[in-house]
Every structure is written in C-alpha cells, then in structure tokens.
Design a protein around this ligand. Structure first.
Ligand code: ADP
Ligand code: MG
Length: 363
C-alpha cells in the first residue's frame, strides 16, 4: 500500500450541494486534509431532485439525472483540483441518494463512469449496495471512518452527524461499535424554513431563536414509531417526506417562529432520547462529537448541551466539521482500492464484511 491523494465527494439527504474534499491518505489510514469546497446544485437540478424524492418522476428522468448529477460531481471535483493544483490518484463518490429502503434496496445516482472520464482518475462509487446484498442496512457507512478517527484514548464517544437525517456511531472500549439514524436532522427544519420564511435553512438557528418550544406539539411529534425501534435502523426522506411533514404541521402552533423552535427541539430530543434508550444501557458516553451542517445551528447545539451532553465538534479534534463525511468517503475509496473490507457489520447489521463500491477505471 502507498499513500494516495484521494478526492471524497458527498451529497447527503439535505441535497444542499456536493461536499468535495481532497486528502492524502496513508496506509495506516491516517490522513492529512488538503482542502474542501462546496458545490451548490444548480437550481434546476435541485428542483428535479426534489421531484424524484417525492416520486413525481419517470424512469427516463431518473436515468437522465444519473448522468447530469455525474457531471455535477465531476464539476465539483474539477473545481477543487483547479483550486488546489493537486491531481488525485483516486476518487470516492457517494453520489446522491434518491431512494433508500433500509436493508432492502437503495439508489445513489451520479454516474461514476462520467466522473472517471471527466477527471481522468479511477473512481469508486455506489458504496451502499454491497452492504445491503450482505443483509445490512446499507448505512451508516461513515462508521468505518468514525472507528479510525475516534476509537482511541480509552474514551466512550458518540459521533453524531446532523445532516438531513441525524446518525450516530458509538465507539467505546471493549464493545463492538454500533450505529443508527436518530431521526430527522435538518430535513424538517429546512422544509419549514422554506415554507414559512422562504429560506433554504435556518442559518445559525436565528429563526428558532425567536420562537418558543410548543411542548404539546413536540410530544405529538415524538410519538413517531421510528424513534422507539431498536437499532440497527436507518431512515430518510421516504419516511420524513413532504406529506409526513405537512400532516405533522396540521397540529402545529400558529407562530412560524414557534414552529421553528419546536422542530429544532425535535431534532435535539430525538438525539437525546435515542442515547437514553439505546446507547446508555450499553455504555456511558464521555463525549458527543457533532459533525454535519446541523452543528452550525447554535440553537440546536444549545439544546443538546442543556440535556447534559458533553458536546464537542470535529474541529476540536482537528477534523473539518463540514467535510467529515466527504473525508469518510475518501477513506472508504482508499480501502476499496486495496480490497480492504470497509463496512462495519456491527453498525450496518450486515452478516459479514464486504469490500464496498464499484470501480470505474480511468481511460
Ligand atoms: N450556518 C448554518 N446554520 C444552520 N444550519 C446550517 C448551517 N449550515 C448548514 N446548515 C444545515 O445543514 C444542512 C446541510 O448539512 P449537511 O451536513 O451537508 O447534510 P447532508 O449530508 O444531508 O447534505 C443544511 O441543509 C442546513 O440545514
Ligand atoms: Mg450536504
């Protein structure tokens, strides 16, 4: 094995845009972060994606979008390569999830062959399918990187990503790591920010900060069955869909600010309750390490601290909060390149380890 420059490309459930990073990875999986950029989706691409999420589309459109999104991912990689002047040996691309039925099927679009052709670098994509084929949920895959980054120092840690959906990996001395989705991260917050304030998201939590939490509505929202299911479990827009959110909003308080405060509290409560019900019975937690865009929402961060959690950020460990997941996909690609198994069965529920991903060779 040799050190390699690897580009990691990620776009999550929020579909806010493509996070692209370039890292140098060493055979012991230590890495140095070189740079990262965010490539926002063009508006028309984003609109079509949301149509696909709502199942208002055709096979033809999904097929076209597989190539169009592939071009976007290639464009994101290209911008980063131009900015840094570093040519990657390898690219790991998560793609854009358009459908995910945990343990049954999943589809990430953004054709790897297009990326490999445009950039001229071997590209590994479609990471989730092999885990599902082996009986796993196909998620969370980031646990592979979480173990490398945080399973050390004799500390019990919950690594909590807050993207569109919230997901946690628990690493602690003497136990098998485990992981699951806690519930909505920003998906409901973003929807309400758009609906009531015509904003893509609640920047720094400024909208939620002006409202108060409606405890009664919060309790109604917390009655969702998913929160009581035992891990391993993962979720997505298939559950927390537009019609799900619209139905929930039928019993919402009048003030849009109170709505923002309450859906933000929902994210904080589902995270805390998930630890109470599924993590603390297994291990105490020394540190909760937040990553993903939700970490920039100060109201949400305050709510988590007020629940008594010892909240840190990836930055406290010298790792970019914004690009953590993109770094994880660079690491997964590096492992796949060397045929090192890179799912974590105790986290995804797979029957055995597999080498994730498919290879598009560079021409
Ligand atoms: N400054 C900010 N303040 C509040 N929320 C933010 C901020 N920056 C990003 N976010 C939230 O994070 C989301 C994107 O997070 P990200 O980690 O990229 O999620 P995903 O992996 O689902 O794409 C945005 O949709 C938004 O809700
Ligand atoms: Mg994103």
């Amino acid at each position: 094995m040799e050190p390699k420059h690897v580009v990691g490309l990620m776009s999550g459930t929020s579909a806010d845009g493509i996070d692209a990073c370039i890292v140098k990875i060493y055979p012991d999986f230590s890495f140095s972060f070189i740079d990262g950029i965010v490539y926002p989706y063009p508006e028309n691409i984003k609109d079509t994606l949301f149509k696909i999420f709502q199942n208002q589309t055709s096979v033809e459109e999904i097929c076209r979008m597989n190539f169009a999104i592939g071009e976007c991912f290639a464009e994101a990689a290209n911008e980063l390569i131009t900015k840094t002047g570093v040519k990657p040996d390898l690219i790991g691309s998560h793609g854009q999830t358009v459908w995910h039925e945990p343990g049954k099927n999943t589809l990430q679009i953004g054709e790897g062959a297009v990326i490999a052709e445009r950039i001229g670098a071997l590209t590994i994509s479609d990471f989730r399918t092999a885990d599902i084929a082996a009986g796993g949920q196909g998620a969370p895959l980031v646990s592979f990187a979480d173990e490398i980054m945080f399973k050390k120092d004799n500390k019990a840690r919950a690594i909590q990503n807050i993207g569109g959906i919230g997901n946690v990996t628990v690493v602690a001395p003497g136990i098998d790591s485990f992981a699951f989705d806690t519930g909505p991260g920003n998906v409901i917050i973003d929807y309400c920010a758009k609906k009531y304030f015509n904003q893509d998201y609640d920047k720094d939590g400024l909208l939620a900060a002006q409202g108060k939490v409606d405890e009664e509505w919060l309790n109604t929202l917390l009655s969702e069955h998913y929160y009581r299911k035992s891990p391993p479990k993962t979720t997505g827009r298939e559950l927390f869909s537009v019609s799900y959110i619209e139905t929930a909003l039928l019993s919402a308080p009048e003030s849009p600010y109170d709505i923002m405060a309450t859906v933000t509290a929902l994210t904080a409560s589902t995270i805390f309750n998930a630890y109470r019900d599924f993590v603390f019975p297994v291990t105490q937690i020394d540190e909760v390490i937040i990553g993903g865009g939700g970490g920039f929402n100060s109201v949400l961060m305050e709510m988590l601290k007020n629940k008594g959690l010892n909240v840190l950020k990836h930055e406290d460990f010298g790792i970019s909060d914004k690009f953590k997941e993109a770094i994880a996909f660079a690491m997964l690609a590096y492992a796949t390149y060397y045929r090192i198994p890179n799912n974590v069965p105790s986290c995804t529920g797979a029957r055995h380890t597999v080498v994730l991903g498919k290879v598009s060779y560079n021409p």
